[in-house]
Design a protein around this ligand. Sequence first.
Ligand SMILES: [Zn+2]
Length: 448
Amino acid sequence: MLPRALVRRVIHPLHEVLRGRPTNRFLRLYAAHDRLSTAELQVRHDELLVALLQHAAARVPYYRERVAEIRAASDLARFPVLDKSAVRAAGDGLKATGFRGALIPLATGGSSGEPLRFFSDQQREASQLAAKARGRAWFGVHPGMRETDLWGSPIEAAAYSGLRRCAAWALGWRLLPAFQLNAQTMAGFRSVLGGGRTDLLYGYASALARYARFLAERNERFAPGELKLVVSTAEVLLPADRAVIEERLAAPLANEFGCRDGGLIAHGCPRGTLHLMHDAVHVELLDDAGCPVPYGSEGEVVVTNLHARGYPLIRYRTGDRAAFGSPCNCGLPHPVLASVAGRMTDSVRKRDGTRVHGLALIYMLRDVPGVQRFRCIQRADLSLDVAVEVGPGCAREDVQARLAGGVAQVLGPELPLRVAFVNGFEPLPSGKHRYIVCEAVDDAPVRS
Ligand SMILES: [Zn+2]
């Protein structure tokens, strides 16, 4: 492994330059912003928002048709709120004309059941990477420290080869699969994570909790300081999960809140408070009618990335819910989210008892041509009911065959699968948008 200081001062900055991302500039900018007062940061925030709105009104066809004459941050209210179907309908109309940089195609994980394809650009990517690094710097963890991600869709794992593998080695970054957690795989984690081989462990909240409970069952725990920081992401961090992770991994636990399409929205501070990335995103909390909720009430998180220029998504509905909170006394100038009641992603179970992260199914379903929305329910007998809504002219036999192959790949070929073609979905009784639901408990009887 390369010395941390060499990676922080030379390898990481060079890597970002070679990738064409202005990440180093954003790192310096955000470090300076963290030293501002709340009022000073608000001024910077409003300047960034106005610049974005003026760019959109002048250069982006979708917005040029709808808004004009941007003078103040309050002009944001004249922009339409976007949901996924509005983004799909707008299509190339959201591409800025004359944009010189490259547009980077991205897709959401689809944990809401409605995958979305959209575009990012190098500046947006850099702003997000730097925002993530800044949240970690609040805990004394900097680029160059060794990171292990408990993560990985099958797609990402397959892409983790060749040059990327070299870059990951040089940057001190490793990947442990979160999709196949069982006693055998988790028993091997310590050799990667322990003894100072990893400074930062990053992963899905449910996967981290599962590993912590595995340690608890074996009466094992990490020594204090063995890990410097654990960051949980992508899912709601439940209090019971936080407790077992902190106890068994013996490191501070920061929660990260964001989404693929909205970017990093908030990051936990050492006091455990979620701070908005107020110079990277603008966040509104809206009710179903699109009006701001009263302070302290829960509303849908509607996000505007302040640095996106190639394909700006302004006032984008994330599907997650949160409330604003009272200021934190840690000294950071960023506003606070009191709670996040986002979507939950269940894991599903293989016949041998292995738990597989729900995102493994989501990634598979998302990539079946023609599938627009879906819901996957694993019953107590481990059989699967997959309901899908498909686009017009889509060959159902092809979808059925792709699903059968995909499910067999993720969960093994032996689990019964029922596919239903539906027109729209009713919300679940809980009201939560859960598109992977597991009714099978770990000791459920298994139909043979
Ligand atoms: Zn704080």
